[in-house]
Design a protein around this ligand. Structure first.
Ligand SMILES: *Cc1c(COP(=O)(O)O)cnc(C)c1O
Length: 486
């Protein structure tokens, strides 16, 4: 270190800890933790990773920034600008205001296992059951931690120690390691595969059932891939008839728990839990956080005796969900009493149903906000921009921004082939696409977008309208942090 080395100005930990601004921080955050933050900061300064500040106030600013950084929670709210509605990595379904309020309301105490009429102990399994019965026509229902748990519980309670008959064409992997053969095995059952990859007939199931030893027939909905060409599968009603003849229960792993008519959303037909119940299955399993649009949960609905066996199984206790989840699911299910209201109030359904014209208008407003605020860069930008035909897009602050036609996806392993036409904001980032995405993620709150061939793509379909201003601010921060002269 030379005599002029600014690192000579770095005071010791004890001297800084004695400063009034530092004592304020230790009073709030504890002396031990602040001392650790201070040591980390001084290490960075000594190693030259940060410029050494001039005076006392400079050290205060640096330490406060280090404290703010270290205090950021691990799990944070983000803005989803990917256009993937049920983005599994971003928590799948965003919740309705009604669900959020219901969850906050029981965050203290709640009558989760307490009967308010009698003042005695109650059951946690009553809370959503009536609403599920109403929406599906099932005799009874039970809610557990997630869809995978619901399937595992159905298999364990109806078929443990026996065979489970499944079509070769339905030996699927859902994602996150949920594979049908492994789930059957984990439930303590034996897999009996029938038919072929592309064709499984009633006779294939019948032969397996007649051989004896089958504890259940399992039908799995192919949520995340499509099969076409020379295919044939056996419908639920036929399986139910087959099962009834031999006393073999039928379990339907439906996946997404869509509770409204798909046609109204402009999507291809998707079976609902009510369809499965009407076909006569013993149990149908579906998720709470896919197209149902609620919190993470798994629902088993069906015949009263089958649900009773599931509730009595020890796995049910292990998979139970907490009062906050049940409150959110109950409030979401309640919205479906009026399907029209559900399409307006359940965010996942509303996003899927948002017309492209509305998304385009919002995208234009966001770009105008980006332009208006950046001033100096505007002329340069306007010269660069070349909006696509039919798009009234304006260029965004040096970002080579334009509005273009794009596609949103339903996501969550549902509707693999359905593309929802959208109007996206495209930024011409070239080699810097990853760096620009990183700037958006560094925004508070983080904005998650996607990139394609050197372009950063922002799809407002999955952004709540009240969050549009956040997207505009995050886009401006690319200009400020990365672009020359920004
Ligand atoms: C999504 C899905 C599951 C798993 O549900 P989770 O709620 O993700 O646990 C199981 N089966 C099918 C057919 C699915 O689509």
């Amino acid at each position: 270190m030379t005599a002029q080395d600014p690192r000579r100005r770095i005071p010791g930990v004890d001297r800084l800890l004695a400063r009034p601004w530092c004592r304020e921080l230790t009073a709030t955050h504890g002396r031990g933790w602040i001392t650790e933050r201070l040591r980390a900061l001084l290490d960075d300064l000594r190693a030259g990773r940060l410029p050494v500040p001039d005076g006392d106030e400079g050290f205060a600013v640096l330490l406060r920034a280090e404290v703010a950084r270290a205090e950021l929670p691990s799990l944070r709210r983000v803005v989803n600008a990917t256009g993937v509605v049920l983005h599994t990595n971003l928590g799948r379904a965003p919740l309705a205001g009604e669900a959020r309020r219901a969850m906050a309301a029981v965050a203290g105490y709640g009558n989760i296992e307490f009967d308010l009429d009698s003042g005695r102990r109650g059951s946690r399994y009553v809370h959503c059951a009536e609403l599920v019965r109403e929406r599906t026509g099932a005799g009874d229902a039970v809610v557990v931690n997630n869809g995978a748990g619901a399937v595992a519980l159905a298999l364990s309670s109806l078929a443990a120690g026996r065979g489970v008959v499944v079509s070769h064409g339905e030996m699927v992997e859902i994602g996150g390691g949920f594979r049908i053969p492994e789930v059957v095995e984990a439930a303590g059952a034996r897999l009996i595969t029938v038919g072929t990859t592309n064709r499984t007939r009633r006779a294939d199931y019948a032969r397996a059932v007649e051989q004896g030893g089958a504890g259940a027939i399992l039908k799995v909905h192919r949520s995340n891939f499509a099969m076409s060409g020379f295919t044939e599968e056996t419908g639920l009603a036929e399986l139910v008839a087959l099962g009834a003849g031999s006393g073999t229960p039928v379990i339907h792993d439906l996946g997404s728990g869509l509770l409204v008519d798909c046609a109204a959303l402009g999507l291809p037909h998707e079976p609902t839990p009510a369809d499965s119940v009407a076909a006569g299955v013993d149990l149908v399993a579906f998720s709470g956080d896919k197209l149902l649009g609620g919190p993470q949960a798994g629902v088993l609905a069906g015949r009263t005796e089958a649900v009773a066996r599931a509730k009595a199984h020890p796995l049910c206790r292990a998979l139970r969900c907490d009062k906050v989840t049940l409150a959110g699911l109950e409030a979401t299910l309640a919205l479906y009493r009026n399907p029209e209201r559900a399409r307006e109030r359940v965010p996942a359904l509303r996003m899927i149903g948002t017309p492209v014209g509305e998304i385009r208008r919002r995208a234009e407003a966001v770009l105008a906000e980006v332009n208006g605020e950046v001033g100096g860069a505007e002329d340069r930008v306007r010269a660069e921009a070349e909006p696509v035909a039919g798009a009234a897009g304006e260029a965004g602050a040096g970002l080579g921004a334009e509005i273009a036609e794009g596609w949103s996806l339903v996501g969550g392993g549902t509707f693999p082939d359905a593309r929802l036409p959208s109007a996206v904001i495209r930024l011409d980032a070239g080699e810097d696409a990853d760096a620009w995405l990183a700037v958006l993620r560094a925004h508070d709150p983080p904005v998650v977008a996607r990139s394609r061939k050197g372009q950063v793509v922002i799809d407002l379909r999955t952004v709540a309208p009240r969050e549009d201003g956040i997207v505009a601010a995050a886009l401006r921060s690319i200009g400020a942090k990365i672009l020359p002269g920004g």
